[in-house]
Design a protein around this ligand. Sequence first.
Ligand code: PLP
Length: 453
Amino acid sequence: MSDQLKYFLEESKMPKTWYNIAADLPKPMEPPLHPGTLKPIGPDDLAPLFPMALIGQEVSQDREIEIPEPVRNIYKQWRPSPLFRARNLEKFLDTPAKIYYKYEGVSPTGSHKPNTAVAQAFFNKEEGTKKITTETGAGQWGSSLAYACQIFGIELDVYMVKVSFEQKPYRKLIMQTYGASCFASPSDRTDSGKAILAKDPNNTGSLGIAISEAVEMAAKDPNTKYSLGSVLNHVLMHQTIVGNEALLQMEMAGDYPDILVGCTGGGSNFSGLVFPFLGEKFRENKNTRVIACEPKSCPSLTKGKYVYDFGDTGRLTPLVKMHTLGSQFIPPATHSGGLRYHGMAPMVSHLKEIGAIEAQSFGQKECFEAGVNFARSEGIVPAPEATHAVKGAIAAAMECKKNGESKTILFNLCGHGHFDMKAYGDYFENNLAEDKYDEAGVNKALEELPKIA
Ligand SMILES: *Cc1c(COP(=O)(O)O)cnc(C)c1O
């Protein structure tokens, strides 16, 4: 048994709470708005889609929220996840920086996503939900929620972005293995899917479209709820088990991060690692640097506008204030399916806006190069999404080398890439398209932003 595991088991040190950063924000967030009335939404507006416990968490101001015991018992199957020091990578880079990483690939589905999937399935079960609908990009979220729903005996329909449905058969088969149904999106099962297909029968889908389909199906059926794998406050909060463990593990290592790094699609794995450290930064005036890493082809934080926008393409969700490329923007197909979302979590956007975090964007070739160097040094093949965090951490370590600084870096290695090896194949064969930032497409989508006075 590893020392870390012994510590957590014998001393019952496993964190028993999630951390809610809303309690420590120096400036409060702006509320989500009802798309019809443009007034702040209340719990009743969300009740058709989510169980009350999750709605309560979404707006809670409590700093600590208890993790129910049944959820903690399931977490025990893979938690605490290990925190490693990347000594071989440090040597390879010849950097004076110390690089640590928290590895979430040890979960049953190979990423951080089960941390919230299990919690969401649990709270749904408590309130009698029979069926859940959701969307998935590359399939990480769909397979994680399928795993969680199977534990609690809840039926699951997954709308999977068509380009991934066709290119990534293995994740679809994992969902099927857990007993979920998976449909290529846009589909002809929903009005929003049909509307898209009528305009463009060859539409390859996007997360924004798949969200519309899943929300629509949940809204139509009183026994069905909807679940989202990122972006929402309660989802980010469930992921803070990662950072709460990392705080204890860094203490065991006798170290504290100067720089925290994570990749951002909707913002959940990044938030999970960094929020507990940001809480300390706010409460104790620490000057921890926090860096969000995103793809150059879908750069919501670095190029998006901070405005109210819809979370989905079909304009069914509440309006949330976030960095967005426009809900009508369809990000170009890349191998990092989990990072292809037009917006960013409102909490992460807010933190960027108040200057508590920074953002950097990277191209997919430099990210795969970083991923390969990481695999050759540390033995773990990162998920394509996670290579953005690896690249960000390496960039920070090289900056330390240039400045002769021995800083401590901690990043979230949020998943392994075992089902994405085709992406590595394309990298080796030099088949990766150059990153395109579709500025014209973004500008067009931004013109279609909802008009808020
Ligand atoms: C889903 C996913 C992401 C992107 O989602 P976030 O909410 O930003 O974490 C990143 N990495 C992996 C491995 C994923 O499965």
